[in-house]
Design a protein around this ligand. Structure first.
Ligand SMILES: Cc1ncc(COP(=O)(O)OP(=O)(O)O)c(N)n1
Ligand SMILES: Cc1ncsc1CCOP(=O)(O)O
Ligand SMILES: [Mg+2]
Length: 212
């Protein structure tokens, strides 16, 4: 399929049963273009994270899709993930980088802050993530970002930017036009009434339409 400049970054639901989720992930990844999958499990043990990595990581990596673990650099390294995503209250960027190594991806949450993003970019982050752009029920989002932030960042910086928070097939156009390199999505893919495959196809079409 045609590769677009802005690509989809799937984030898993915060609670999942790996065996039940594996076919949903497969359906999503076989439906269209996805750059990356983030395993984002909340309130569960390290062993549960390891089991989920072992079940889901091969599904992504066998398809050439990067598999990134949220919050846990050490587990990301131990389980063979392609990288880790860290937030402002997680392991600091420099420590995460030391743990996963220079070849791994490290992404950093920067909320709505130009300053945090410059800091992360200068430190060597592989991407900076801004959000939440829209209301979301997936997380209590304390920060609200505007598309203008993506425009400013992408015109000034080489480091890719990820947009997150309440993004749907219907509202993503302005984020794509503003220069988002990736759209990170939970609910609009896993809760889509026609299934995750249909959701990915609809996102690919919406991104292509916004890119003109
Ligand atoms: C791509 C992406 N962007 C932002 C986040 C949020 O990270 P964080 O602020 O650490 O919050 P939690 O996701 O850990 O609750 C993310 N995970 N991924
Ligand atoms: C992890 C995270 N960080 C900011 S908003 C958010 C949740 C995004 O989920 P959804 O795509 O369902 O709004
Ligand atoms: Mg975090």
């Amino acid at each position: 399929m045609t590769e677009t400049a802005c690509r989809l970054y799937l984030v898993t639901p915060p609670v999942l049963e790996p065996a039940a989720f594996a076919p949903k992930l497969t359906e999503a990844l076989d439906a269209g273009d996805v750059a990356c999958v983030q395993l984002r499990l909340k309130d569960c043990s390290d062993d549960a994270v390891r089991r989920a990595c072992d079940a889901l990581r091969p599904i992504a990596q066998e398809r050439g899709v990067a598999f990134i673990l949220n919050d846990h650099p050490q587990l990301a390294r131990e389980t063979g993930c392609d990288g880790v995503h860290v937030g402002q209250k997680d392991t600091p960027y420099a420590q995460a980088r030391r743990i996963v190594g220079n070849d791994a991806i490290v992404g950093v949450t920067c909320h709505d802050s130009r300053h945090l993003a410059m800091e992360a970019g200068e430190a060597g982050a592989d991407y900076v993530a801004f959000g939440a752009f829209f209301p979301t029920t997936t997380k209590d989002a304390e920060f609200k970002a505007e598309p203008e932030l993506l425009r400013w960042w992408s015109e000034l910086m080489e480091v890719p930017c990820v947009a997150i928070g309440g993004i749907t097939q219907e509202n993503c156009g302005p984020l794509v036009s503003a220069g988002a390199d990736f759209l990170a999505v939970v609910g609009a893919v896993w809760n889509h009434p026609d299934g995750p495959g249909a959701a990915v196809k609809a996102f690919n079409a919406a991104i292509a339409a916004a890119e003109g």
